[in-house]
Write a protein that binds this ligand. Structure first.
Ligand SMILES: *Cc1c(COP(=O)(O)O)cnc(C)c1O
Length: 404
């Protein structure tokens, strides 16, 4: 989580600007704010960095996904194709939009594959909510083409992929709308926050309006603004935006260090026979927040994860058993347990979530180890990590004849 590794005078300055003016609200109050518009500046930075025509800051990455769905016209009863490997927010956003998640297979890109999406398409499919997992892009050529050919909207949950590009184009710009998270664990953080991006002006206006009770944000009298649509409150505060702004100004530095550190560790792991790496269709566009590699079997992977924990090797994620990132642990989803009825309770689930067969996704996530890359490792720390990783994994692989 590199964003939090760099927290200093710049973040404090931006926050103090807001505290000094007391203009904690992102709209209006022009006289009070003395020229301070942190949310707007954050949006400008994200537009500049991603090349997006429009960026809109909101209260969380989850809110940004909700805005992306709403602004793309996805709602009650619409089937939305989603991956079984993602942070749960993706699925919740679909359910709370009144739409129906349809799970499809991922592959070694760690993202939905065109093949997986195609197999999950039904006459009711309205959109694919593609998640760029672990800091790098999905296979955008084949997925964009498929969505175009099938007339299905492409929406991108790039919650954990700010800084990832595919063919020099930022993730989030391949479909109608994209979402980034600025929560505490992401490459840049606002404490809590998120960004919605799009190249389409109408879509942007819908998201802007949706995120603030339907306000059109035209004119300087908030109480008298037109309200073209209903919405909700997904506003970001100026305090959070201030932190996000300072962090955004550091993103190139963070990316540079991530890439350097990831390359070192990946080169170390290349020494090991029996390991393969996450397939990245555009490796240069990787944000390098995670080093993802596969062992030959789920059994060996579990063993390696246990041994790495015993050896005190930090930063290891085994998503296969994680409660929030893989479908196997989503009992509440399988049971449709919600605090109140959702559209899916009335319409029925489009798949039998309790008996889904996703063998490819099971195999990929079961054999996957994700190491979180830090930007601030010292030379000694990263060398020791490389030593520990290679030693433990070699030992585990040697303990079993490799079968697969
Ligand atoms: C972090 C994340 C989110 C949610 O972001 P929050 O800011 O925590 O609401 C959504 N989707 C993905 C893929 C994420 O990684």
């Amino acid at each position: 989580m590199p964003g939090t590794e760099f927290f200093g005078a710049e973040e404090r300055k931006e926050v103090n600007d807001v505290l000094n003016t007391t203009a904690l609200f992102r709209y209006n109050h022009d006289a009070l704010r003395q020229g301070m518009w942190k949310a707007k500046e954050l949006e400008e930075e994200v537009s500049k960095f991603t090349g997006a025509g429009y960026a809109h800051a909101v209260s969380s990455g989850s809110a940004a996904v909700a805005c992306a769905l709403a602004a793309s016209g996805i709602g009650h009863g619409d089937e939305v194709i989603v991956p079984p490997f993602t942070f749960l927010a993706t699925i919740e956003a679909v359910l709370y939009a009144g739409a129906l998640p349809v799970f499809a297979e991922i592959d070694e890109t760690l993202c939905l594959s065109a093949e997986g999406i195609e197999a999950a398409i039904s006459p009711k499919t309205k959109a694919v909510l593609l998640v760029h997992m672990c800091g790098a892009a999905a296979d955008m050529d084949s997925i964009s083409l498929l969505c175009e050919n099938k007339g299905i909207k492409l929406i991108e949950d790039a919650g954990q992929a700010l800084g990832a590009f595919y063919g020099n184009k930022s993730v989030g710009l391949f479909g109608t709308a994209g979402a980034f998270s600025f929560d505490f664990f992401k490459i840049t953080t606002a404490g809590e926050g998120g960004l919605f991006i799009t190249n389409d002006e109408e879509t942007y206006k819908k998201a802007d309006t949706f995120s603030d009770h339907g306000h059109s944000h035209v004119g300087d009298n908030r109480g008298m603004e037109p309200h073209p649509y209903l919405g909700f409150n997904f506003r970001i505060s100026e305090l959070h935006a201030a932190v996000g702004l300072a962090q955004m100004r550091r993103i190139d530095k963070i990316l540079g260090l991530n890439k350097k550190n990831k390359k070192y560790l990946k080169d170390r792991l290349r020494e090991i026979d029996g390991i393969t790496f996450r397939y990245m269709p555009d490796e240069d566009g990787d944000s390098a927040t995670f080093l993802n590699f596969f062992l030959p079997s789920i059994e060996l992977t579990k063993k390696a994860v246990a041994r790495l924990a015993e050896e005190g090797v930090g930063g290891i994620n085994y998503w296969y058993t994680n409660m929030y990132h893989f479908i196997n642990q989503w009992d509440h989803l399988k049971n449709l347990s919600a605090s109140a009825p959702l559209a899916i309770h009335h319409l029925g689930a489009p798949q039998d979530y309790k008996n889904l067969e996703l063998p490819k996704s099971q195999d990929v996530v079961g054999r996957l180890i994700s190491l979180g890359i830090r930007a601030t490792w010292t030379a000694e720390e990263i060398e020791k990590l490389g030593d520990d990783l290679t030693r433990v994994i070699k030992e585990v692989l040697a303990s079993h004849p490799v079968e697969k």
